[in-house]
Every structure is written in structure tokens, then in C-alpha cells.
Design a protein around this ligand. Structure first.
Ligand SMILES: Cc1cc2nc3c(=O)[nH]c(=O)nc-3n(C[C@H](O)[C@H](O)[C@H](O)COP(=O)(O)OP(=O)(O)OC[C@H]3O[C@@H](n4cnc5c(N)ncnc54)[C@H](O)[C@@H]3O)c2cc1C
Length: 492
């Protein structure tokens, strides 16, 4: 048993995964969470007999979770099953639905009419993305950087042949490989996973195409995504990790080069030897540590990911015609994507994604019913602070969806909940309601992202989407490893 006491501020995936890594090493770990429930953005809503995952619905890069389990000497406390097809895509006024299979022949057959040599092209494209993935995962993504020279040295280990992908956009890289609008748009969709668009995402992230089509694919987490959180909570119980809910940290009191204690909204003091911050790494530095570099104005000048309008809909019928993960796109992809961050008007014809969670997880809806989760990327609060039109936007999505699936679901709706960027901001302290945290441009990745150690306090570290390596569940698991490595070093 180790007698050091570690407090984690935030029970999101980063906080929970770090707590387990630290607890298995014998440290006394305690978590303080602002909300009434663990999980952060990876959360759950139970309403009117329906169960919804409120944030992430795509489970990918399963091997990162398996590595985590191995590090903690446990079996992953949830099960997952490969999806096939991975997802489907429908374009407005086009009766065809594209099914994205992992089997390259089956996948290519979908594009036969619009891009006859799709198969040769996708193999070439994925081989390139695969090389990019394997050349960057070890030297850059899974690495802590202590100095700029060390970061630059790591970049130099990445083969020079990849240099052009640092300079061009995701869209450009895809357009160099595919000629049809259908192939280009579908292959580019994965860039939205970064909370950006293919036009403002660096081509280096085409490595995500390799992870989705070739390397690992997507899975259904049995029982829904929140089983990840429930499983982790069970493991943490075994180590007596205490979680205090409804407690928001608002202040820190230093002693020399260390933080002596954190203070919550009720003025309670939280003392520990080490503090690990799972709240957003940029926002916390600004709001709690009052750092000028992260003041409200400076945060506004950083680049943030899109906001999300999410809608949780319970219907009293089944929808067998809809795939588990389905995208519904319009006919103005480039204009839409280029305006989505700044122009609220564009929402009159929203693009959206639907997850039918109850399709593979029948307990999530009453018998004969379906739980639907809609996600629509929208401007964050910097560009659209007023969401009094949320019901109108939600209506237009349901109207469009009904037309696309040739079935009016509006009379079937028995439960409907909408979260706008205002809700995302208020629930999880996300800057301007930006759903995925800081964007991933050249100036906000690697050494230039808010680091996972504190600039002033030696006993403060960070884990989560806005520190290294970046956003999304697998990256957050890696971030817990990187932060804990720093803590182990500090405490030794
Ligand atoms: C709509 C949506 C869809 C997504 N879809 C996917 C997907 O399909 N696949 C995928 O891999 N990723 C997806 N993501 C991204 C993924 O959810 C995040 O990257 C990940 O959950 C972030 O985890 P985290 O631990 O960094 O932060 P969070 O989940 O935000 O956890 C931080 C925690 O800290 C708490 N907190 C904040 N401030 C304080 C404070 N001052 N005091 C105490 N507690 C505090 C918060 O309440 C929260 O519980 C999605 C995100 C959104 C919003």
C-alpha cells in the first residue's frame, strides 16, 4: 500500500481510467465530480422507459482499451461485438443508401456505379493511411513531451514521406485519391469525429480511415456505451476509490510550488499530495487557476471544435429499415461543412447522424419500441449563443428523417429531449459548448496542446480530451496513461 493521496477533479473517462491506473499501483485515490453521475460526456439518460447514451456512440480502436485492461491487470469490464456494416450513408434526393463494410470487395461494390476503380483506389489510400498510423502512434501519439526540441525530434522520427500530409487538408488528401463526390464525402466523414470538418482538418488525420476500414472498425458495446462507465465504476469499487458527486472545484490554494488544496463551491477544502485534473485542461487553467494565458478572451481566440445539437427520441414502434449508425447528408456538402462552425442559418437544412441504440441493445427501449439518438454538428456558442430555436431545428430533423426513411415517425414519438451547446457547456464546463474540446490544428496538438503537467504547480497533472494526445475515447484512454506516467515519475 502506498500512502500518497491523489485527488482527481472530474469523473469523465479520463478521470475514471486514471483512477484505476493509480489505484492498482496502491495509491489512495478520490474523485470529485461536478455532476450527479459519473462518465462526463460518456453519459446516459434514462427517461420515459427509454435508455440513451448521451455522447459517444462509436466504439473504436478497441486494442487501446485492451492495453489499458492489461496495464491494470483486469479483464475489460464490458463486452463489445464488431459491427458490419460499420455505418450507412444516405444523400438527399438519392434513393440509394451506402453501406460501409470492412470487407473491401463488398465496400467497393457500393461505389461501382460512381467510381468503377474504387477498390484499387481505396487499397492505395488505406495503405498510405496505415503507414501514417503506424509511423505516428508510437513516436508521437503515445508520448509525453518535456520540451519543444524533444517534440520536434519525435516528429523527425516520422518518415519524411509523410511531410505533405502536414501541409494539406483531409479533403485534399481524399480528393487526390477519389474522384466521385460520393466517395470523397463518405471517406471524409470520419474527420467530423474530431469535431472539425474535412476542410479544416489536417490530412495527417486520414490515419483515422485506416482505423475504421482496415485496422479495427467499430463495435457495439453490449448494453450501450454507458456500460464502459459502469464497468469501470465496479473496478474502482474493488479499490475503495471514493467518488463525491455534485461537487464543483472553483478555486485552488497554493503552497510554494504546489497546490495545497482545491476548494469547491460550498467552500470545502480538498487536500492531497497530487491533483489530477480531468476537467477541460484549458478551461480549468483559466477558470480555477486564473491563468491569463487561458482567460475567457484568450480561450475565445483558440480554435475549438463544433458544438452539437443532440436529440434523444423514444418511439413506440420498430425501425428495422434503419442501420445502427446512419448518416443523412444533404447536397451541399462543401458549403455546409465550410459554414457549419460559423453560420447558424445553415441549420435550416441540417446534416445529421442517427444511432438506433436499441437495435443491438434491446434493453434500451420497451418491447416493440426504439431509442434513437440524433447528433447534428452546429456552431458553438461563440457563433450562435441563442438556442431558443432548438425545437424548430429538432422538428426539421425529424421531418427530414421521416422523408428519407419514407415513414412519418413524428406521431410515434413518446419521449424527446434536446441538448444544445448551452447544455453541453453548463453540464461539463465545455468552453462555448464546444463538444469535443480544443480543435486539432498544428498549433494545438503535441507540444502545443495544453500540457498534461501544470506549468506552475509541480503536483498538478491533467488528463482528458483537451490535453495530449487529443479527443475521442481511445485518445482519452491514452491520455490517462500519459498523465499517470508523469505522476508515477513525480511520486518516485
Ligand atoms: C455529442 C458527442 C458525441 C461524441 N461521440 C464520440 C464517439 O462516437 N466516439 C468517441 O470516441 N468519442 C466521442 N465523443 C468524444 C468523447 O465523448 C470525449 O472525447 C470524451 O468523453 C472526453 O472525456 P474526458 O474525460 O476528457 O472529459 P469529460 O467527459 O468532459 O469529463 C470531464 C469531467 O469533469 C467534470 N468537471 C468539469 N469541471 C469540473 C470542476 N470544476 N470540478 C469538478 N468536476 C468537473 C465534468 O462534469 C466531467 O464529468 C463525443 C462527444 C460528444 C459531445
Amino acid at each position: 500500500m502506498n500512502n500518497k493521496h491523489i485527488i482527481i477533479a472530474g469523473a469523465g473517462l479520463g478521470g475514471l481510467a486514471s483512477a484505476l491506473r493509480l489505484a492498482v499501483k496502491g495509491y489512495t485515490v478520490e474523485i470529485i465530480e461536478k455532476n450527479a453521475q459519473a462518465g462526463g460526456r460518456l453519459n446516459q439518460l434514462i427517461k420515459d422507459g427509454y435508455t440513451f447514451d448521451t455522447g459517444p456512440s462509436f466504439f473504436s480502436m478497441s486494442y487501446i482499451f485492451e492495453e489499458f485492461a492489461k496495464d491494470c491487470n483486469i479483464k475489460l469490464p464490458f463486452d463489445y461485438v464488431a459491427l458490419d456494416p460499420l455505418y450507412s450513408v444516405n444523400f438527399k434526393n438519392n434513393p440509394k443508401t451506402y453501406y460501409l463494410y470492412k470487407d473491401i470487395h463488398k465496400l467497393s461494390a457500393q461505389f461501382q456505379d460512381v467510381e468503377p476503380n474504387f477498390e484499387t483506389r481505396i487499397i492505395k489510400y488505406l495503405q498510405k493511411s496505415g503507414r501514417l498510423f503506424h509511423d505516428t502512434l508510437g513516436p508521437v501519439i503515445k508520448k509525453n513531451f518535456d520540451s519543444l526540441p524533444e517534440y520536434l525530434l519525435s516528429l523527425m522520427q516520422v518518415r519524411a514521406v509523410h511531410l505533405p500530409v502536414l501541409l494539406r487538408s483531409f479533403w485534399k488528401q481524399v480528393a487526390l485519391n477519389f474522384s466521385s463526390k460520393e466517395a470523397r464525402q463518405i471517406i471524409s466523414l470520419v474527420s467530423f469525429f474530431l469535431g472539425q470538418t474535412p476542410f479544416d482538418t489536417m490530412a495527417v488525420y486520414t490515419l483515422l480511415s485506416y482505423t475504421e476500414f482496415m485496422h479495427d472498425g467499430y463495435y457495439n458495446v453490449e448494453g450501450g456505451m454507458y456500460k464502459i462507465v459502469k464497468g469501470l465504476l465496479e473496478e474502482l469499487k474493488k479499490y475503495h476509490v471514493k467518488i463525491t458527486f455534485n461537487t464543483e472545484i472553483i478555486e485552488a490554494v497554493p503552497k510554494g510550488n504546489n497546490v495545497a488544496y482545491l476548494v469547491d463551491r460550498e467552500s470545502k477544502k480538498w487536500e492531497a499530495d497530487v491533483f489530477l485534473i480531468n476537467a477541460d485542461a484549458a478551461v480549468f487553467r483559466g477558470k480555477v487557476f486564473k491563468r491569463k494565458r487561458y482567460s475567457e478572451e484568450r480561450l475565445d481566440r483558440m480554435k475549438w471544435t463544433t458544438g452539437y445539437l443532440t436529440m434523444y427520441v423514444g418511439i413506440k414502434c420498430k425501425l428495422p429499415q434503419i442501420n445502427y449508425h446512419s448518416y443523412f447528408l444533404g447536397n451541399n456538402f462543401e458549403e455546409y461543412a465550410n459554414n457549419i462552425l460559423q453560420n447558424p442559418e445553415i441549420l435550416e437544412q441540417p446534416y445529421y447522424y442517427v444511432n438506433v441504440v436499441s437495435k443491438h441493445n434491446t434493453d434500451c427501449a420497451p418491447e416493440g419500441c426504439e431509442s434513437l439518438f440524433f447528433v447534428c454538428p452546429v456552431p458553438n456558442l461563440l457563433y450562435k449563443p441563442d438556442w431558443s430555436d432548438k425545437e424548430k431545428i429538432a422538428d426539421s430533423i425529424l421531418e427530414d428523417f421521416s422523408q428519407r426513411i419514407k415513414f412519418n415517425i413524428k406521431p410515434e414519438v413518446v419521449s424527446r429531449t434536446i441538448y444544445t451547446p448551452l447544455d453541453w457547456q453548463n453540464q461539463f464546463n465545455l468552453h462555448r459548448g464546444s463538444g469535443l474540446g480544443l480543435a486539432h490544428n498544428m498549433r494545438q496538438i503535441g507540444y502545443f496542446r495544453p500540457p498534461n503537467y501544470d506549468e506552475e504547480y509541480k503536483n498538478v497533472f491533467y488528463t482528458g480530451a483537451s490535453t495530449i494526445p487529443g479527443t475521442g475515447l481511445p485518445m482519452v484512454i491514452i491520455s490517462s496513461d500519459l498523465a499517470c506516467r508523469r505522476i508515477f515519475k513525480y511520486l518516485s
